[in-house]
Design a protein around this ligand. Sequence first.
Ligand code: NAP
Length: 287
Amino acid sequence: MLAAMTQTTPNTLAGQVALVTGANTGIGRVTARELARRGAHVFIACRSAQRAQPVVDEIRAATGSDKIELLSLDLGNLASVRACAQAFLARELPLHLLINNAGIAGAKGSSTSGFELAFGVNHVGHFLLTQLLLDCLKHSAPARIVTVSSQAHYRAPGIDWDAVRQPTRSATGLPEYGVSKLANALFSAELGRRLAGSGVSTYALHPGVVASDVWRSVPWPFRSLMKLAMISTEEGAATTLHCATSGDVAQETGLYYDKCRVKQPSRLAQDPALAAELWKRSEAWVR
Ligand SMILES: NC(=O)c1ccc[n+]([C@@H]2O[C@H](COP(=O)([O-])OP(=O)(O)OC[C@H]3O[C@@H](n4cnc5c(N)ncnc54)[C@H](OP(=O)(O)O)[C@@H]3O)[C@@H](O)[C@H]2O)c1
């Protein structure tokens, strides 16, 4: 599907500006490259310049575009999120596509800003980044905000407001990952409601089960075996690119996608009261 999209949509994003978080590897790296291939000016926001600069060079070489730039961003550190947004806004460019892609799974501990690690990076960091860039996105409308959630959100039993302020409790970190991905889906839906009529649309998605670095915490022999059954990062970027670029979804907002199609997220992910509560608490946390 990705190959077909690449061949049929050359330079459709000329003049558009995109920011992709966590684009130094995995799904984000393919997303950034494909947006650049279609003519977008792409900012890749990553926590390690050492890991990201070779990807900037690779995308420049693959696309022939010099409009690929690096921003420093550690989503677990809200001061870093603010600095990243400031650095982008200082350029006085429009922003048409914000891709909230970065994520961690199976890691344990607390984020620098004191949240459960997965929740702090996957939800709170992206919540603040999006807030800080929202006026720019509105002024650049039509614009889209794509948030990479996961089917892991279906297993989340809800959000324990105390637990998300504590270090990871489970042995695997995976229950907490599911909660963070429920938060991604709720955030995208609530943002869609709040942005109605603004020309900025929101999309949440499951990318598929993808053989990326996200499985780095799984011990080696299991990791290699698991990856055999997974789709490639090229295929894993297809739904993100669909949500970010397809004319078919231009009039949709606040929905959840899987395999480039709308899908019902979990009952909890569709709960407007839970989404409003998460929004209210997230605003207070990042104040
Ligand atoms: N792979 C799957 O099967 C799968 C399934 C469902 C959903 N997803 C979601 O897809 C998205 C992309 O994941 P992926 O599979 O491409 O994983 P990946 O290869 O591990 O890439 C994750 C990216 O997030 C970045 N990141 C992690 N912590 C960060 C932080 N504190 N600040 C800034 N960036 C940070 C990583 O940077 P470093 O290289 O510096 O660590 C990396 O660039 C994630 O949101 C993930 O939850 C993946």
